[in-house]
Design a protein around this ligand. Structure first.
Ligand code: IPE
Ligand code: IPE
Ligand code: MG
Length: 251
């Protein structure tokens, strides 16, 4: 039995407060450039926005917050920027993990770990272990994550574990091997920074997510900007393939 209802196999409950929010935090470089600062200052400032958003999610009763921190394509950036981002990740982990734990937040990292520095890996592992039983909010950081990588690794692991299912496996079988098997599918997807694309984020899991795009740059994405996104979500009618009349009982 699957842990959560699939948006294509069942009809999940559409709660007024999104249970799961997934975010592409974009626009850090442009935020810094506008201020005549190096791009990396935007990343540094972006960490503050993360902190505020985590607090706000707890206040609202959001159960899962998933943040895209580094894509599998971001290795294509200048080596100095990549190095800075890895350093920032390490620093933020070290500094915040105790606070996260005190606030009953579970931290999970998804993505291909094979390219990370062993010291960073150790830090990630320790943080996940420390917070694994916390349930107030599950904060997932997608780092060296790619949606296609996720589907590929799931298919490979499933077929390896169950060769007899190679030609017959179901959606449910596969989703158990996806990186986010421990969470319901995102209800709300937010992308800041003006771009309207998915950039290889959670391809499978976003099948029926409500999409919200804003021009606000990530470091400027404050409480008010976040509430605009949540209020936009509240007004959506989540039909999952049905008609509006079916939903209102007038069918
Ligand atoms: C998003 O901000 C953060 C990461 C991809 C790590 P960007 O660095 O992409 O900022 P822009 O898009 O160049 O402004
Ligand atoms: C997407 O942002 C990845 C993260 C926010 C980590 P990018 O700024 O790298 O996206 P593209 O490549 O411009 O679409
Ligand atoms: Mg960008």
């Amino acid at each position: 039995m699957a842990l959560f209802k699939s948006s294509t196999q069942d009809i999940p409950e559409a709660s007024p407060v999104p249970r799961h929010i997934a975010v592409i935090m974009d626009g850090n470089g442009r935020w810094a450039k506008k201020r005549f600062m190096p791009r990396v200052m935007g990343h540094k400032r972006g960490v503050e926005t993360v902190r505020d958003m985590v607090k706000q999610c707890i206040e609202l009763g959001v159960e899962y917050l998933t943040l895209f921190a580094f894509s599998s394509e971001n290795w294509r950036r200048p080596p100095d920027e990549v190095k800075f981002l890895m350093g920032l990740f390490m620093e933020a982990l070290k500094r915040e993990v105790v606070k996260l734990h005190e606030n009953q937040i579970r931290l999970v990292m998804i993505g291909d770990r094979s390219r990370f520095d062993p010291l960073l890996l150790q830090e990630i592992h320790a943080a996940e272990k420390l917070t694994e039983h916390n349930r107030r909010l599950t904060l997932t950081i997608a780092a060296n994550y790619g949606g296609r990588w996720d589907i590929m690794q799931a298919a490979r692991r499933l077929v390896h574990a169950h060769p007899e299912k190679a030609e017959t496996f179901s959606e449910e079988d596969l989703s158990a091997y996806l990186s986010m098997h421990y969470a319901p599918e995102p209800d709300l997807f937010i992308r800041t920074g003006g771009e309207q694309r998915i950039s290889n984020f959670l391809l499978w899991q976003l099948a029926y997510a409500e999409l919200y795009f804003t021009d606000t740059l990530w470091p400027d994405f404050d409480r008010e900007a976040f509430m605009l996104a949540v209020n936009s979500y509240r007004k959506r009618e989540r039909r999952f393939g049905r008609t509006s009349e079916q939903l209102t009982g007038n069918a």
